[in-house]
Structure formats: structure tokens, C-alpha cells
Design a binder for this molecule. Structure first.
Ligand SMILES: [Zn+2]
Length: 249
């Protein structure tokens, strides 16, 4: 079986002399691994294709025996122009990528995840000085994609709109309540969210990478937002960022 797939390359690992395996994200097939036999030698079949973060059209053969994927040839569609020369921006992209890989999305979300990853890379490639909160906003959006980010427009208990007075996120229950309802609630882990931190949560869900790169909240709001996202990710997805990678918390 042979098909054509337009993919984002997540990782490339060499094995033996001239062969490589490649981790791909496809809008229709999700994340999968394919072999590029002779890929590190054949300039003709894979000219400029086999690098992480490239966007490539591959011809893929699915072997009947054992069912693995082999890349037959590739055509580079686009690649980052600046990103690889800017360690800080590249670091943000890698952080997003690692989070994405640590928490596989369901088939119904492949296309959305692919679009988000492409927009994330395009933004970090172009933005001179992206907001330091960028990876956190991306993480919050992915958490939303997994159905694990609480709705933050209204109090989950009494229903009143949340605004400048702020709110409290109940981490275990995955919901956000107004200060009055928080006072009546039981124990557990809570994260306070002021008005500006709430707006960041809303931006993670309703806006996209381009707006995230430009956001410059008050540092205290950034810290509240970061803490809430970290706690939600740790509790509901079992992941924590440690020493350059996401580990099972
Ligand atoms: Zn309430």
C-alpha cells in the first residue's frame, strides 16, 4: 500500500550508516514512525527533507509484512528560516514539542493538533521576542484539547460571570469558582487566579500562537497562570517538567 502524506517532522534518528527513522505528525494519521532507508545518503529522494520541524510531503509505503511505514521519497514544503539560529525561541519550540509528544492526542484531534503545531512553529520562527509565557499558553491549549482545562468564563458553582474580581481554580475537580463560592468549598489544592490570569486562560483557549507571542501580562498574573496550568497538567495528565523533559509526575 502506498500513500502520500503531508507531515510535520518531530524527530529524526540515525541508525546504521545511512538509514534513519523519522517521527511524523500527520493531520489525518496522528503521530507515527517511518523508516527512511538510505535516507541519509539519498540526496535525490529526500533533498533537504530529513530535519526536525520541516514540513514535508512524503510518499509512504506500508509494508504488508509487519506493517511498518517506509518513506519512499519526500518533497520539502517549508522549513523554519530563523528558528534554528535563535536558541531561546528554539528552546520554546522544543518545550512545546516535548509536551505534545508526552501527551498523545486522540484521533478526533489530529487535524487540530497539527494546525496548532504548525502555527506554533511559524510564530516562533517569525516573532522577534515571543512572550516568555508562550510555552505555558501552548500547554494550556493542549490541556484544553485533551478536555482537561476548566471553563473559565463563569463560576462553576453559581454561574455568575468571572471578571476582574478574579476566581479560584479547584485543581482536583478541574473547575473555576468565584471567590464567594470558593469560601464555601471544601479543601484540596487551589490556585488563585486574578482577573489578568483568567484572561490568560481565556487567551489560551480562544486565541492562537500569534496573540500568545505578543502577550505581556503583569509578572504576578503570569505566575498565577503558570502555577494553575502546572498544577492542572500534573494532576490531570500526570506530567511535570523536569530537567529538560516531561516526566510522569
Ligand atoms: Zn460562584
Amino acid at each position: 500500500m502506498e500513500y502520500s502524506d503531508q507531515v510535520l517532522i518531530l524527530a529524526v534518528k540515525r541508525f546504521r550508516e545511512i538509514d534513519a527513522w523519522v517521527r511524523l505528525l500527520s493531520p489525518t494519521r496522528g503521530v507515527y514512525t517511518a523508516f527512511a532507508f538510505g535516507g541519509l545518503k539519498s540526496r535525490r529522494r529526500f533533498l533537504g527533507c530529513l530535519d526536525p520541524l520541516n514540513h514535508v510531503q512524503f510518499k509512504v509505503r506500508r509494508s504488508g509484512y509487519r506493517g511498518y511505514h517506509c518513506l519512499a521519497e519526500g518533497r520539502l514544503l517549508d522549513a523554519p528560516r530563523q528558528l534554528r539560529n535563535h536558541p531561546q525561541r528554539l528552546g520554546m519550540a522544543v518545550n512545546c514539542l516535548k509536551f505534545f509528544e508526552a501527551a498523545p492526542v486522540a484521533p478526533g484531534s489530529f487535524a487540530e493538533a497539527y494546525g496548532l503545531m504548525r502555527a506554533m512553529l511559524a510564530t516562533l520562527d517569525a516573532a522577534e521576542e515571543p512572550s516568555p509565557l508562550f510555552p505555558l499558553l501552548f500547554r494550556a491549549r493542549m490541556t484544553f484539547l485533551h478536555g482537561m482545562l476548566p471553563a473559565c468564563g463563569h463560576c462553576a458553582v453559581c454561574g455568575q460571570p468571572l471578571g476582574q474580581t478574579g476566581a479560584v481554580c479547584h485543581v482536583e475537580e478541574g473547575r473555576v469558582a468565584c471567590p464567594d463560592c470558593r469560601a464555601a468549598a471544601s479543601g484540596g489544592v487551589h490556585a488563585r487566579l486574578g482577573g489578568e490570569a483568567l484572561a490568560l486562560l481565556a487567551s489560551a483557549v480562544e486565541q492562537g500562537p500569534e496573540q500568545w507571542a505578543a502577550c505581556r501580562p503583569h509578572p504576578a498574573a503570569g505566575r498565577e497562570f503558570s502555577r494553575a496550568v502546572d498544577l492542572l497538567v500534573r494532576y490531570h495528565m500526570g506530567l511535570a517538567w523536569e530537567q529538560g523533559g516531561f516526566v510522569r509526575a
